[in-house]
Design a protein around this ligand. Structure first.
Ligand code: PGA
Length: 253
């Protein structure tokens, strides 16, 4: 069987602050991706840079967005719809990132966004993750609930375009020393597959790809991917440093 390439998603968040810097960062990222053909690279910049970066992209890098509205069009000031992204030529969208959840997005809202984006034909990277870990496994209940609720209303027929990104909030934006261990990740990724099997059945559920995000760096990427048994990684701050991101991709190539 052909091994699928690991998916590496660069989440630029609200960076960089000018279009020129975004273009320069994108060109460097593209060069790194070209040197690592065994890895599939997706860059998710702020919306405003998508059209310009779209002109610079080639086969080595795919563009994605960081959010999409629940609605197709209309009076929703400040929103961007999945259909606009689709027309713009973007294939992927991150939905339910913990930083958006912290701004007030509920599981219910997120499930509507996921359903709309999938219906529009985008590939969705749905983020889930607990805020903290406890010794009694409460976080597992939290994760289960969050995953089930964030997928309510998402039917089996759209699952081929769904990816789940596990991002424990406590591990985001730190150093690799504070990231999750590959062993804990393995346990959690198995647990998430179990919950997906519960929702969608034992055949389809566990076939959904799981990514890990939270202080991924060139130092821990390979171990997290291989021992953590995940199909890819979501990279935040290290994707803003061309040198470190190149080293990360190289480590997986
Ligand atoms: P980080 O961010 O790599 O900076 O921890 C990951 C994320 O929030 O997606």
């Amino acid at each position: 069987m052909k091994k699928t390439k690991p998916l590496i998603v660069a989440n630029w968040k609200m960076n960089p602050d000018t279009q020129d810097k975004a273009k320069a960062l994108f060109l460097e990222t593209k060069r790194s991706a070209e040197k690592s053909p065994k890895v599939k690279v997706i860059v998710c910049p702020p919306y405003i840079y998508l059209p310009e970066l779209g002109k610079l992209k080639d086969k080595s890098v795919i563009l994605g967005a960081q959010d999409a509205s629940t609605e197709p069009a209309g009076s929703f000031t400040g929103e961007i719809s999945a259909i606009m992204l689709k027309h713009q030529g973007e294939g992927y969208v991150i939905i339910g990132h913990s930083e958006r959840r912290a701004m007030g997005e509920s599981d219910d809202l997120i499930s509507k966004k996921v359903a709309m984006a999938l219906k529009t034909g985008l590939k969705v990277i749905l983020c889930v993750g607990e805020n903290a870990r406890d010794g009694h496994g409460e976080y597992l209940h939290f994760l289960r609930e969050q995953l089930i609720k964030s997928l309510s209303g998402v039917s089996k027929s759209f699952l081929k375009n769904l990816i789940v990104a596990y991002e424990p909030v406590w591990a985001i934006g730190k150093t690799e020393a504070e990231a999750m261990t590959a062993r804990d990740l393995h346990e959690t990724s198995l647990y998430l597959k179990k919950v997906l099997a519960e929702i969608y059945g034992p055949k389809i559920g566990p076939a959904i790809s799981i990514l890990y995000g939270g202080s991924v760096s060139y130092k821990n990427a390979k171990q997290l991917l291989e021992e953590g048994e995940v199909q890819g990684l979501l990279v935040g701050h290290e994707s803003l440093s061309p040198r470190k991101f190149e080293a990360l991709l190289q480590s997986l190539n």
